[in-house]
Write a protein that binds this ligand. Structure first.
Ligand code: ARG
Ligand code: ZN
Length: 477
């Protein structure tokens, strides 16, 4: 059980903290105003803030598993997108101090996860600001919207959830349109390990405490940042094409231990296989972790997937690994512009599972599409959820996944395999490390196929009833 967690002994590159803040004088004639309360998402209007963007998060944390006490100093490198008098951060822990460009700022705790910050000097549009937040709390006691995403384990804790997870452990502009790089440094008692996104750049021990430093050097949405603290068996290697792989398993997975390993150890092989459909893997390392948690879901936390052990309760499940790895292109590298575009994530991750099924000589994508269509009678509530705009309450409804993948099969048969497989690669290439909408995806599909696709998108993504299928099946559009 020796930890091989240290994959790179390279010294951490100089932090960006030394960047001088530009003069915080507002543009002449403009009156600084507060950032819009929320990034403008129709499903989650209060998430994020409209007045600034973050380019980098530097998190310096200390965690005590015995008490679930978390202390942190977060340094955010931000840029004001307007002349800004005040702004919000999303955070649900207790704050003791906020500094903006080195000066103490006024702060007030607002609605559940909102921290309002008023700097001494307004920030000029386009200027960079360094925002330091000192905070602490017991995340397992924090409930917002009736739930707590921070999961304690017998020897630590795990955070991985969607669409919100960040405010249980760091202050952020919590919307996928504001992606940033991350340095995550966590101090834990000796013998406890820390797993996060990206690459481990340093591990050192002093006076009974060990510090782990992880770096994600590609843009990452805030909800895709993850932390697993506790005891883990680590396995490292490379994919056949050379991508560094790091997987971690709780030693206490019981009956699920073998099937978890039999599945997650295929990460390297499967990520290379998916690159054949989606183009080059977008990140510097890949892997997954399986903590001892009672939840059932898996989540595509960037470059280091979270798997509940329950995913492996019925034996090896490489299909869920395919799903979560597909999200690395569809969801992580290319993130949602609005949460209502969730089909771009879940439809494609599910379709990747269909391609895998076909590859394995099991059901073909066409057969699985036919099965989804025929197994839900017209009166089934399944058809009342629009995959292209399911509503916040149905974001992870089966319709988004299964009808969503069915829609992709219809699209494929409509535009033909040549245009379709070009499209699967073109979308992640065009929007790499950015964001996209369904409308933009449709436009790209139209451009690559030369076909007008309003009918297909309207019928399969935006109609709250079972579409009528011509006699020949899904193919006959
Ligand atoms: N994106 C996740 C998936 O791969 C959905 C997880 C939703 N569940 C949750 N408890 N947050 O399907
Ligand atoms: Zn998914």
């Amino acid at each position: 059980m020796r930890s091989k967690l240290l994959v790179s002994a390279a010294t951490a590159a100089t932090l960006l903290l030394a960047v001088p803040a530009a003069a915080a004088t507002p543009n002449p004639g403009a009156t600084p105003t507060p950032g819009a309360p929320g990034a403008g998402d129709p499903y989650y209007p209060s998430y994020g803030d409209g007045g600034y963007r973050v380019t980098h998060y530097d998190l310096r944390l200390k965690y005590q598993p015995a008490t679930d006490q978390l202390e942190g100093t977060a340094t955010l490198l931000a840029t004001a997108t307007q002349d800004l008098s005040s702004f919000d951060l999303d955070l649900a822990l207790n704050v003791s101090e906020v500094l903006v460009n080195g000066h103490p700022a006024k702060f007030t705790v607002g609605d559940v996860h909102k921290l309002a910050v008023t700097p001494q000097q307004p920030l000029a549009r386009g200027s960079r600001a360094t925002v330091v937040v000192r905070y602490a709390g017991v995340p397992s006691t924090v409930s917002t919207y009736g739930f707590d995403a921070w999961l304690r384990t017998p020897d630590g804790a795990v955070i991985a959830d969607e669409p919100e997870a960040a405010w249980w452990w760091f202050p952020s502009n919590d919307h996928p349109t504001d992606k940033a790089t991350f340095d995550i440094s966590v101090l834990v008692p000796d013998g406890t390990q820390v797993i996060s996104n990206g690459v481990l750049t340093s591990q050192s021990s002093k006076l009974g405490w060990t510090r782990y430093e992880w770096r994600q050097n590609k843009p990452e949405a805030t909800y895709l940042a993850t932390l697993a603290i506790g005891k883990y068996d680590i396995s490292t290697g490379t994919s056949p094409s050379g991508i560094p792989v790091l997987n971690a398993y709780s030693p206490d997975l019981g009956d699920n231990a073998d099937s978890a390993r039999a599945s997650v150890e295929r990460t390297g092989e499967l990520v290379d296989w998916l690159a054949g459909y989606f183009g080059p893997y977008p990140f510097d390392s890949v892997g997954g972790y399986v903590p001892n948690v009672p939840t059932h879901y898996a989540l595509e936390t960037q470059g280091r997937v979270f798997y509940s052990p329950a995913q492996f309760a019925h034996g090896a499940n490489p299909s869920v690994v395919v799903h979560e790895l597909a999200h690395q292109w569809y969801g992580d590298s290319v993130s949602l512009q609005r949460w209502s575009d969730i089909w771009l994530n879940e439809g494609f991750a599910t379709y990747a599972q269909w391609l895998w099924s076909e590859h394995e000589g099991e059901g073909t994508a066409q057969q699985l599409a036919d099965y989804v269509y025929s197994s839900h009678p017209a009166e089934d509530a399944f058809w009342s959820v629009k995959p292209g705009d399911p509503g916040a309450d149905n974001q992870f409804d089966a319709a988004v996944y299964d009808r969503g993948a069915l829609a992709i099969q219809v699209l494929r048969t409509t535009i033909g395999d040549e245009a379709f497989f070009k499209l699967l690669k073109a979308w992640p290439a065009e929007h790499r490390y950015g964001n996209g909408t369904i409308a933009q995806f449709q436009a790209l599909a139209e451009q690559l196929s030369g076909k007008q696709l309003d009918g297909v998108f309207q019928t399969w993504l935006y109609t709250p009833s079972k579409p009528v299928l011509p006699a020949a099946g899904v193919k006959a559009q």
